[in-house]
Design a protein around this ligand. Structure first.
Ligand SMILES: NC(=O)c1ccc[n+]([C@@H]2O[C@H](COP(=O)([O-])OP(=O)(O)OC[C@H]3O[C@@H](n4cnc5c(N)ncnc54)[C@H](OP(=O)(O)O)[C@@H]3O)[C@@H](O)[C@H]2O)c1
Length: 269
């Protein structure tokens, strides 16, 4: 249980996912959560759904909470930092989930030695199955990281990495849901081609991806070992795998992650 109040600046998709996860996991009580958003209807929805405190004034939020989660789009972050820089104190903790924004950039707005933790979550956080990478800024301690870790464990798994790896994280787990979605769609297309109704094919493909990931994570089995388990001599799976290898699927996926990482490096500020 986290004892301090938590404030979200930005109550959009990701802000809501974290709030939902925190409440579901009983990490905080609803009366400890504050959210500030420029959309009135969004605040009304969040208040009604989660019974949390809402405000349109950033100043009110910053004055009421110990932990501040910056959950606005990256292009809105600069103006939010300008607004909070004179109100925030080193006793508070600033957590940013803005993609591609470095702790150094955030710290450059802040006059005092404010602890900052940067987090890169991913979209499955919306169903509490996210993968978040955390990295400390210059003034964040082990204790700050632990608090941030507790929050993000409520919406999935976490890893702590040095900031120089954040672009590769973006290329793998940040962009990854799109790659897995394409693979699931392609598997479903294959099923449809072979005569399966679309909804059945999609369910088979998605549950197979989910189940395979769970099997690997729960057992710690190497993916190659699982592949060998499924591929009987002269059987159906090895026939399919042969086609995948001819198409160079492994190299293509590795290249996709390399390219996405490079793109993250180009966009980073
Ligand atoms: N969604 C993901 O899967 C994902 C994954 C990794 C990281 N992230 C990061 O998470 C952050 C939030 O993403 P999101 O998808 O949740 O975005 P979102 O749904 O657009 O939510 C942001 C909310 O903040 C509001 N807002 C904008 N300026 C504000 C201000 N000055 N004060 C208070 N509220 C303000 C927005 O209102 P308006 O719509 O009117 O601008 C919107 O309601 C982004 O930085 C993104 O990079 C998201």
């Amino acid at each position: 249980m986290v004892k301090e109040n938590i404030g979200f600046i930005g109550g959009g998709n990701m802000g809501e996912a974290i709030i939902k996860g925190l409440l579901k996991a009983n990490v905080v009580r609803a009366n400890q959560i504050h959210v500030c958003d420029i959309r009135k209807e969004r605040l009304a929805y969040l208040q009604k759904t989660y019974h949390i405190q809402t405000t349109e004034k950033i100043g009110d939020l910053v004055g009421n909470v110990h932990i501040i989660v910056l959950a606005v789009k990256p292009q809105d972050l600069g103006s939010v930092l300008e607004e909070i820089k004179d109100k925030i104190t080193p006793q508070q903790l600033l957590i940013s989930i803005a993609a591609g924004i470095s702790t150094q950039y955030i710290e450059s707005f802040l006059p005092e030695e404010i602890p900052v933790v940067r987090v890169m979550p991913n979209t499955p956080a919306l169903v509490l199955a996210g993968m978040s990478a955390l990295t400390p800024g210059e003034f964040a301690t082990e204790e700050h990281l632990k608090v941030a870790e507790t929050l993000f464990k409520a919406i999935g798994e976490t890893v702590i990495v040095p900031e120089k790896l954040m672009d590769a994280i973006t290329g793998l787990s940040g962009s990854g849901p799109a790659y897995v979605a394409v693979m699931i769609e392609a598997m479903a297309d294959g099923g449809v081609k072979m005569g399966l109704p679309r909804p059945v094919a999609l369910k088979l493909a998605a549950q197979t991806a989910l189940g395979t990931a769970k099997l690997l994570l729960d057992t710690g089995m190497h993916p190659g070992q699982l592949k060998d388990m499924v591929s009987s001599p002269g059987g159906t799976t090895i026939a399919g795998l042969h086609i995948m290898e001819i198409g160079g699927i492994r190299g293509i996926i590795m290249e996709a992650i390399e390219r996405a990482t490079q793109r993250a490096q180009e966009l980073e500020s």
